[in-house]
Design a protein around this ligand. Structure first.
Ligand code: ADP
Ligand code: MG
Length: 462
């Protein structure tokens, strides 16, 4: 048996022999690096793993490997450097520099007074939308590649295409596909992190502020599958780019899957350093195209069916023809019509659609966004500042979404104007909020709240 095969066989043996936790912690990520005579060199991800294997577990592991090779061997464990290009040591990396600096600055505290570091941080950013699955993704003729490619990545993470990058315009299903991959990998019990590049940046900034940069690094580097959405927002952020570059290399070296979504081809990304841009392009890149009419209708049918709402084909066609450019817009129109039907207990027919469409054309100048904010805030026991500010806890968030929904429904403000009035939020955020509320209106309590507020506003306050 050649040395590498012997190592692989031993690896399988060890997986059976060691208890699960030890194997997962110390050996799972070990990779074959090569041999020097009878010395086998094995790459591991962390210094802890190396020390553990080199000392505590050494005899056991060495025996299994020697047995499998049929000859006595020695082992050397090395912390795998991210990339040959990175001849620099870890100390050169920004977080390590920072840590070193923090260590210098920190007054030395006796060991017994030190506060223990929290255990592995959970990853709240990786909440997934349960609706973004492969089953709910309609494959149209305009996008023959992207769906099978995403499926292949989900089936063989790290092996099929790595990195896998999906790019294209707004509302074309990039986030949906990323999360579908994430769901599928979670089902395999892989450690999955789904995060937007903005949240990644915020997490880094927080880590620097709270001096938890080591944890930050560990968290992202221990992912089996890392999916970063809207990676284009990394542009111009040097520290984030540098950290992400190293994270990328570590993961890639260990055959961990990286999936990215962007609003444009990497070659069009200004303000992204070349070495990172070339990483983005080093795997499979697939673009998503605007959906054809048939795809849009098929999607509408799926949504209607899921909610048990009969969708006459005339209504489907009208809606599909009104939202040509992207599915998010289609979703928004669909949700508005469903909501209008539910709020007025009407069937979803051309009449309802017409009312909704006419409704948008009718100016309602007498209600302003300021009134919507005021009344919605008071109704929820909040202040207007809460609604337009950055707080994101769930009562505030929902009140804010309701206010946006009402602003859209009964003032004549455009989406960008609403975004502006709500503390400079993006057009897409507003759209997301409208969809969220419209989609949740089947909930009686929410619907009653929206109806009450709407009546108050139309009556001109309390
Ligand atoms: P992007 O990230 O490209 O801006 P999203 O993934 O957020 O777009 O998609 C917007 C909405 O459209 C989501 O609700 C998503 O579920 C839906 N959607 C997009 N493409 C499809 C598709 N092919 N089949 C079903 N739903 C889709
Ligand atoms: Mg998206």
């Amino acid at each position: 048996m050649n040395p590498k095969d012997a190592w692989n066989a031993a690896f399988t043996q060890l997986e059976m022999q060691l208890d699960r936790a030890s194997f997962d912690t110390w050996l799972r990520d070990a990779v074959w690096l090569g041999e020097e005579g009878d010395m086998f060199i094995i790459g591991v991800r962390t210094g802890y793993a190396r020390d553990m294997l080199q000392h505590r577990l050494y005899r056991n592991v060495r025996r299994v490997v020697s047995d499998s090779y049929g000859k006595s061997v020695e082992l050397r464990f090395e912390v795998q450097k991210p990339d040959s290009e990175l001849e620099r040591s870890e100390e050169d990396m920004p977080l390590f520099r920072l840590l070193a600096q923090q260590d210098k600055e920190a007054p030395s505290v006796p060991l017994h007074q030190q506060v223990p570091r929290p255990q592995r941080p959970d990853v709240p950013e990786s909440e997934l939308n349960p609706r973004y699955t492969f089953e709910r993704f309609i494959v149209g003729s305009e996008n023959p590649m992207v769906y099978p490619a995403a499926r292949a990545v989900a089936e063989r993470p790290g092996l099929a295409y790595n990195p896998f990058l999906i790019y294209g315009g707004v509302g074309l299903g990039k986030t949906h596909l990323l999360q579908a991959i994430a769901h599928a990998c979670r089902e395999k019990n892989l450690r999955v992190i789904y995060i937007s590049s903005e949240a990644f940046t915020n997490d880094l900034v927080d880590a620097i502020r709270h001096k938890t940069t080591a944890m930050f690094r560990d968290k992202y580097r221990s992912a089996d599958v890392l999916l970063v959405d809207d990676i284009q927002f990394i542009a111009g952020k040097e520290n984030t780019q540098e950290e992400f570059f190293h994270t990328f290399n570590v993961l890639h070296n260990f055959n961990k899957q990286i999936v990215l979504a962007a609003d444009r081809h990497p070659s069009q990304m200004q303000g992204v350093v070349d070495r990172l841009r070339s990483r983005f392009q080093s795997g499979l890149m697939v673009d998503v195209q605007t959906p054809e009419l048939e795809t849009r209708i098929a999607i509408l049918k799926m949504w209607a069916q899921e909610r048990g709402i009969p969708l006459p084909s005339s209504v489907g066609e009208l809606l599909a023809n009104r939202a040509k450019a992207n599915i998010r817009e289609l979703e928004s129109h669909f949700n508005q019509v469903v909501a209008a039907a539910q709020l007025s207990s009407q069937p979803m027919d051309m009449g309802t659609v017409q009312i909704v469409i006419d409704g948008y054309r009718r100016p309602r100048e007498h209600v302003t966004i300021a009134q919507v904010l005021d009344i919605t805030a008071r109704h929820h026991g909040l202040s207007v500042e809460d609604l337009i500010g950055p707080r994101r806890n769930s009562p505030v968030n929902q009140a804010r979404q309701i206010a946006m929904y009402l602003a859209r429904e009964i003032t004549c403000a455009s989406l960008p104007q609403i975004g502006e009035a709500f503390g400079g939020r993006r057009h897409s955020t507003v759209l997301h909020s409208l969809n969220k509320i419209a989609g949740d209106l089947a909930n009686d309590e929410l619907r009653a709240r929206v109806v009450t507020l709407r009546e108050k506003l139309l009556k001109g306050g309390e």
